[in-house]
Design a protein around this ligand. Structure first.
Ligand code: COA
Length: 329
């Protein structure tokens, strides 16, 4: 039996940064940001860590699932902004939630973090190694941004999405297929230079802002368009799905132009694409669960819908997962 998503919830901080805010001190404009990225505003967590966004989303998810939190036997956190290098954010979340007999770990796959973690959680459930996995995709990107770099400051935001992964009750519903990739060629184009064992923190690395996101946007854009469009089409073909069969494309929200190019390649109209980048920007591991949770809350997803989840991110990492939705709201 395949694994499936049995509950989902999200959290975003109250504080907003609009494009106008960046206009006030950077050489940029609301118009440039809107037309080049699709972003109008993003949420920023002023106080607290990534785990502090995960916990409220997790509590809501557990409530939506109608389970006792002690039934959860594994916690996975996909993030590139962990509370600490160690302990894992999964351990921090376990402690804050007070879940007793559980194990867990973090996954680092940047903007593909949620998909890589979803595949991992599904494999654990399908093999019988876990029964109820709390799967969290969350990033406090504002903690690693250079707010004076117009190339990156405008792109990202903070949020969390949490879902519960369990065995499906039907062979034909759930997480049905996945194609995932990693290629270290991307390291030079999108990275955080210092803070790891290659370049531990020094006074100089801090002064040079080497603990913040570096991105060669133009190059990443080219790889992202090809990577995300190709893999999304590939998973459709592999599963004999036509564009009519697709209920929703759920793309990682990095740039509206990358999303449109992917939809076009799949032959899917924008009315079938989940887009909320205008409100949140790129929240890295949170974009996909945030979309699904919002669409579900709005009653737009129904049992039997075919969802194609697709992402591209630092590494490079990219991939697609085919989900036949298994629940009504
Ligand atoms: N405001 C105004 N101008 C800006 C700007 C801003 N906020 N940010 C960059 N620019 C400038 C650049 O410096 C460049 O100027 P130059 O030509 O004088 O060097 C110019 O705009 C055009 O830059 P370019 O990189 O061609 O723009 P773009 O159309 O590619 O858009 C990104 C830039 C970053 C929005 C886009 O490249 C992108 O989305 N990249 C991929 C992001 C992504 O998918 N990441 C992966 C997952 S995290």
């Amino acid at each position: 039996m395949p694994a499936t998503i049995t509950a989902i919830a999200h959290y975003y901080p109250e504080d907003k940064l609009t494009n106008k805010h960046f206009e006030s001190y950077l050489d940029t404009s609301d118009e440039w940001i809107k037309t080049r990225t699709g972003i109008n505003e993003r949420r920023i967590m002023k106080n607290g860590a990534t785990s502090d966004m995960i916990v409220p989303a997790a509590l809501k998810c557990i409530e939506n699932a109608g389970i006792d939190k002690q039934e959860i036997d594994c916690i996975i956190v996909a993030t590139v902004t962990p509370d600490h290098m160690y302990p894992s954010t999964a351990a921090v979340v376990q402690h804050k939630l007070g879940i007793k007999n559980v194990w867990g770990f973090d996954i680092s796959a940047a903007c593909s973090g949620f998909l890589f973690a979803l595949k991992t959680a599904a494999s654990l459930v399908e093999s019988g190694a876990a029964k109820k996995v709390l799967l969290c995709g969350a990033d406090k990107m504002s903690s690693i941004l250079n707010m004076n770099d117009r190339n990156t400051a405008i792109l990202f935001g903070d949020a969390a999405g949490v879902c519960l992964i369990e065995k499906s009750n039907d062979d034909n519903y759930g997480i049905l297929d996945s194609i995932l990739h990693i290629d270290g060629i991307g390291g030079q184009y999108l990275n955080q230079k210092a803070g790891g064992s290659a370049h531990p923190a020094t006074k100089e690395t801090v002064e040079n802002m080497e603990h913040t996101v570096y991105q060669d946007g133009k190059t990443v854009f080219k790889y992202a368009v090809k990577g995300m469009a190709d893999v999304s089409k590939e998973i459709m073909d592999k599963n004999n799905l036509t564009s009519e069969d697709i209920s929703f494309l759920v793309p990682h929200q990095a740039n509206l132009r990358i999303i449109s190019a992917t939809a076009e390649r799949m032959g899917v109209g924008m009315d079938k694409v989940m887009v909320n980048i205008e409100k949140y920007g790129n929240t890295t591991a949170a974009t996909i669960p945030l979309c699904i949770s919002e669409w579900l809350e709005a009653g737009k997803i129904k049992k039997g819908d075919n969802l194609i989840l697709s992402s591209f991110g630092a590494g490079f990492t990219w991939g697609s997962i085919y989900v036949k939705w298994n629940m009504n709201k």
